[in-house]
Design a protein around this ligand. Sequence first.
Ligand SMILES: [Zn+2]
Length: 163
Amino acid sequence: MIGTIFNLECFMNMKIFVLTTLTYFLLTMTAEAQDREYRKLNAFEQQVILRKGTERPFTGEFYLTREKGTYHCKQCDAPLYRSSDKFDAGCGWPSFDDEIKDAVLRVPDSDSHRTEIVCAHCKGHLGHVFTGERFTAKNTRHCVNSVSLVFVPDTTEMKVEGN
Ligand SMILES: [Zn+2]
C-alpha cells in the first residue's frame, strides 16, 4: 500500500516535470521564432533601438532625404512613416508631422517631460514626439533617429514620373 502511494506520487512528480520541461522548450522556441523575424542589430543600432539612445544630430542617414517612399522600422520592418509627412525642422534628425495609422506608440519618457515614440509592433525606440512648435499645420514633430529606420523607395511613383 505504501509502495503504491509512493509510486503514484512519483508518477505525479514525473508528470509535472515533463510538462514543465515541455512548456519551457515551447516558450524558448517561440522566442527564437520571434527573433528570426527581427533584423540582427549592430552595436550602435542596439544602443538606440533597444537601450533608447540618441544618434548625434546631423549625422544620421535620413535627416535630409526627400525621396518618395516609406520609412520602416529597422528592427521588425513595420512601415512607420511616409515621405509625404517628412519635413525639415532644421534639428538634425528626420522629422515627420504624422505617422502611418497605429504604427507608432507614444509613451511618457523616463525624463518625465518628453514623450517617447516606439514602434507599435516590436516596441523598438524611435525617438520623441513634440507638439505645439508650429512647424507644420499638424503642429506635431516626430523626431526620429535615422538608425531606427530603413527607407523603402516608392517604385510605383517613380515609374509614373518616368512615363
Ligand atoms: Zn518595429
